[in-house]
Write a protein that binds this ligand. Structure first.
Ligand code: ATR
Length: 344
């Protein structure tokens, strides 16, 4: 998810920044009304006990996370609010420390902060290390026994605090494919279009989830080669090939940005690959709801899903990390749909 992620070096050369912005960033005109998707009657009034979470991005105005998370918080009956702040990268560290000092429960980070935050959080969860990006921060405090506990468990402002970085983006990719397409990855043949930040993460996640064969297609061949080499090194049991498959595959996954803008060409060469009814097609783009690829796939009788589920699941997992409770994903999905498409 995310798109628009920018590279750093080494293990961080690619990241999930793209995952949270697979939308056309100018889709919302300045001043256009935004439906928050929060069921207002369930929202507790803000008072001196209200706790806060937030998303930091730059820009952040397009973010659907406040609609998503406030719907979840309202459904859980928590006197919490989720805010959005436009934080330029040079002030990320100060903004992280500020939220920590003010007793924020947690944060989401989006473009361009996910990789930068690897250096600024106090502790990294395995997920953040493995995928080379932080999209969720949980603030924690030391309990009297010396253990770090989520801040929600403390009523008084504790002295010793830390920020703990997680990644919920990668897991959300395969969760969405499973839930929205009813698709099990182990043993399957997959054609993946795109080898940018989102494509690289999707390729590694699919490989770690046990796909049998992966075909990588990207406009810039060298990037696909780099991803293939990485998979070969980390998951030698997965067969990786560059280019279109000779026969049929089980899943086609679009991780390019083609389809975001009106008039974009298809992300696949129509004469190089045929869409068949047995094929499942997942497009990481969620705005527009139906890309030209998805409408073509539907016409060909394929099962299809867009990237909304990815956005939902990365957020639901973040909410669970902060609250320690099961995320109300049905209400959260509805809120997202209302926010993004104007109807549940
Ligand atoms: P993200 O972090 O969202 O993945 P990215 O790293 O810029 O963003 O990757 C965008 C993906 O869309 C890449 O696979 C890119 O192909 P290149 O690696 O060749 O740049 C692909 N893409 C973007 N515009 C494209 C276009 N006009 N034609 C084909 N592929 C395109």
């Amino acid at each position: 998810m995310t798109l628009g992620g920018k590279a750093e070096q080494g293990a961080r050369a690619h990241n999930l920044c793209a995952l949270s912005v697979r939308i056309f960033p100018f889709a919302l005109a300045p001043g256009s009304p935004i439906n928050t998707g929060v069921p207002e009657p369930l929202t507790l009034p803000i008072n001196a006990s209200t706790r806060y979470c937030a998303v930091y991005g730059h820009p952040v105005r397009h973010s659907a996370s406040p609609a998503l998370q406030n719907a979840g918080l309202a459904e859980l009956g928590l006197n919490w609010r989720y805010l959005a702040f436009d934080v330029p990268p040079e002030t990320l560290r100060a903004a992280l420390l500020g939220a920590q000092a003010m007793g924020f429960i947690g944060l989401n980070l989006t473009v361009p902060h996910k990789v930068l935050a690897l250096d600024w959080v106090d502790a990294l969860d395995d997920s953040a290390r493995r995928w080379g990006a932080v999209n969720t921060v949980r603030f924690e405090a030391r309990d009297p026994a010396g253990n770090w506990r989520p801040l929600r468990e403390f009523e008084q402002a504790p002295r010793e605090l830390r920020s703990h970085g997680f990644n919920t983006d990668a897991e959300a990719i395969t969760q969405a494919i499973g839930e929205d397409l009813g698709f099990e990855l182990p043993g399957k043949r997959v054609l993946l279009l795109g080898a940018g930040g989102a494509g690289r993460t999707a390729a590694l996640k699919l490989a770690s989830d046990g796909v049998a064969e992966l075909f990588l297609v990207n406009r810039t061949q060298s990037k696909a080669e780099a991803v293939a080499e990485e998979i070969h090194r980390l998951f030698p049991q997965v067969k990786v090939a560059l280019g279109y498959p000779p026969g049929r595959v089980d899943l086609l996954l679009n991780a390019t940005s083609l389809g975001l803008r009106p008039g974009d060409p298809l992300p696949l060469a129509p004469d190089a690959f045929t869409l068949e009814p047995a094929l499942a097609v997942f497009d990481m783009i969620y705005r527009p709801a139906e890309t030209p690829l998805l409408s073509l796939a539907k016409k060909a009788g394929c099962r299809t899903a867009n990237g909304l589920g990815m956005l939902l699941h990365q957020g639901a997992r973040a909410l669970e990390l902060w609250t320690g409770r099961h995320a109300p994903s049905r209400s959260m999905r509805q809120a997202l749909q209302t926010h993004i498409y104007g109807a549940p």
